[in-house]
Ligand binder design. Sequence first.
Ligand SMILES: [Cu+2]
Length: 270
Amino acid sequence: MKKIFIIFSGLLISSNAFANQPFDWQLGFQKAASESMRDIVAFHNNLLLPIIIAISVFVLFLMLYACIRFRASANPNPSKRTHNVTVEILWTLIPCLILIVMAVPSFKILYKQDTIPKADLTIKAIGYQWYWGYEYPDENIIFESYMIEDKALKADQPRLLAVDNEVVVPVNKVVKVLITANDVLHAWALPAFGVKRDAVPGRINETWFKAEKEGTYYGQCSELCGIKHAFMPITVKVVSEEEYQDWLSEARIKFANDEIKNDKLKIASR
Ligand SMILES: [Cu+2]
C-alpha cells in the first residue's frame, strides 16, 4: 500500500519537476511548451478521450447485457435472425459521424502546424547514423550533437537523452526547422513542442515551433534507423534573448562553418 502511495505521489510531483522530459511511471503526454502541443493535448483530452471512454463503456455494457439477458438458462431458444436493416444502417452511420467529428478539429491542428509563420531564426537538423548534425545557416554555424554515454553523465543529465552539443534557441521566437538526413530515414521529434518530422535523405522537410518557456527539452530520433537508433537523442535549450546572443557570439567562433564559406567562394568564382 505504501509503495502504491509513493508511486502515485511520485506521478503527481515528478510531472512538475521534470516537465521537459519523460519521467518514471509517466502517463500521458509531456507538459506542453508550445501552442502546437497545447492544441494536441487539448484535442486528445477534450475530444478523443471522452469518445474512447464512451465507446468502451457502451461496448462493455452491450457485452454484459448479452451475457446476462441471453444466457442459456434465461434464453433456451435463441433467435435465428441474421439481418436487421435499421441496426445495420445505425452501426455504419454512427461510426462515420464520430470519425467526421474527430476529423474536423484534427485537420485544423494539422494545417495550423503546417503553416510556418515568419521565422525569427532557422536551424537545420541533419540525421546521421547515429547522431544529429545542426546548422544555423544564417549564422554560419555547424556542429554535431552526440549522446553522452552513461559513464560520462552529469547529475542533472537524463540518461539516453542528454547530448554534448545542444541546440540553443531563444524563448518566444518562431524557430523554423529544416530537417533532412544523410544516410537513412530518421525523424526529428520533440514531444514538448508537438514537433515530429521525418528526416529523408535528398529531401528537406520543414516544421516550426515557438517555445514558450525557458528550459532544456529532450526528444529522440523517431524513425527506426538502425542499430543505434535509440542512442541519437535531441536536446534543445531554450534561453532568453540575451543568453542566446551570448551563445551565438561564442558559437560563431567555436562552430564556424568553413565548408560553407569555401563552397560559397567556389560558387562565386565560377
Ligand atoms: Cu535515427
